[in-house]
Design a protein around this ligand. Structure first.
Ligand code: SAM
Length: 275
C-alpha cells in the first residue's frame, strides 16, 4: 500500500453540493446511476421523476437517455442541492430538466404524470417512507415503474465500515449517525414490504455489486468527509491528528489496495415495481 504522506489542505470552504459532485459522484454515484437507469429500463420518450435527486447525477443520465421526446424532473428537499443540480445540468447543456425543491413525503398531490420514478440512496433518509412511496406511486401513470436503490449493511461496503469505525473512535456515536441511516434499509424484505404496503405490484429486489477505484484515496477521503456534519470536527483537528486518522482508515483497508490504488466494492439493493 502506498499512502501519501504529504499534508493536504482541509477543504471546508468548498460547499457541500460541490464537494459531493466532485468526489462522491465520480467515485461511485455516477456508476450506480447508470446501473439504476439500466435496471429501470428507461428509454426514449419516458417521463422520469428523480426523487432525492441530490446534485442530479441520476436526473442528468436519465435526461440523456429519454432524449427530446421525454422529460425529467429532479426533486430534493435541500435547496442548496437543487440549485447546484440545476447549475451542473446547465453546464452540461441539459437545461430542460425541471428542478424542484420539495419533501419526498409530500408528493401525494402530484397528478399521475411519470412513466418512471427513481430514487437512488434517498429513501433511507425520509422520515415518512410509506408516504413517500405512496406519493411516488400516485405520481406514476398506470403501468408506471419505480426503481429504488438502498445500500446494504455497512459491513458489505468496506470503505463505509472502516470510515465509520474510525470516526466513531475519534468523535463518538454522533459522528456516524448518518452512516447508520444510510444502511438502515439494508434488509431486502424491509424494502419489499414498504413497496408492497404502498400498493406497488410485481416487486423485484436485485442485489447489485459494483466496484469502483480510487487512484488517490488520501486526497479523496478529506473531500468525501467534507460533506458530512462531522466535517467541522475534522477541520478542528491538528494537521498531524487528521492525517493520522486518514492513514489509519487506509491502513484498515489494506486488503483492498492494488498497484493502481484503492478498490472499492459496494453492495446495494435495487428494487423495481409497477404501479
Ligand atoms: C445520499 S444523497 C443521494 C442523492 C442522489 N440521489 C444521488 O444518487 O447522488 C440523499 C439525498 O436525499 C435528500 N433527501 C433527504 N431527505 C429528503 C426528503 N424528505 N425529501 C427529499 N429529499 C430528501 C438529501 O437532500 C440528499 O440530496
Amino acid at each position: 500500500m502506498d499512502v501519501q504522506t504529504t499534508r493536504f489542505e482541509w477543504l471546508l470552504s468548498r460547499s457541500g453540493p460541490e464537494a459531493y459532485e466532485r468526489s462522491i459522484v465520480p467515485a461511485w454515484m455516477g456508476q450506480w446511476a447508470e446501473k439504476l437507469i439500466a435496471v429501470a429500463g428507461i428509454g426514449p420518450g419516458d417521463l422520469v421523476l428523480d426523487v432525492a435527486c441530490g446534485t442530479g447525477i441520476v436526473a442528468r443520465k436519465a435526461a440523456r437517455r429519454v432524449g427530446e421526446t421525454g422529460g425529467v424532473t429532479g426533486l430534493d428537499h435541500n435547496e442548496a442541492m437543487v440549485w447546484a443540480a440545476k447549475d451542473f445540468a446547465d453546464r452540461e447543456g441539459l437545461s430542460d430538466i425541471d428542478w424542484r425543491r420539495g419533501d419526498a413525503s409530500s408528493l401525494a398531490c402530484e397528478t399521475p404524470t411519470y412513466d418512471v420514478a427513481l430514487c437512488q440512496q434517498g429513501l433511507q433518509y425520509f422520515p415518512d417512507k410509506p408516504a413517500a412511496l405512496r406519493g411516488m406511486r400516485e405520481a406514476l401513470v398506470p403501468q408506471g415503474r419505480v426503481a429504488v436503490a438502498c445500500w446494504r449493511e455497512l459491513e458489505r461496503i468496506p470503505i463505509f465500515a472502516v470510515v465509520a469505525d474510525a470516526l466513531k473512535e475519534v468523535f463518538g456515536q454522533k459522528a456516524i449517525d448518518l452512516f447508520e441511516v444510510s444502511s438502515s434499509l439494508s434488509a431486502r424484505e424491509d424494502l419489499r414490504g414498504l413497496l408492497r404496503e404502498a400498493g406497488f405490484r410485481d416487486i423485484r429486489v436485485r442485489l447489485e455489486i459494483l466496484v469502483s477505484r480510487l487512484p488517490d484515496p488520501m486526497r479523496f477521503l478529506p473531500e468525501y468527509l467534507s460533506v458530512f456534519p462531522v466535517a467541522a470536527d475534522i477541520a478542528a483537528m491538528s494537521d498531524a491528528d487528521r492525517t493520522a486518522m486518514f492513514r489509519r482508515m487506509l491502513g484498515r483497508l489494506g486488503d483492498f489496495f492494488d498497484d493502481d490504488g484503492l478498490v472499492v466494492p459496494m453492495e446495494s439493493h435495487i428494487a423495481t415495481a409497477v404501479r
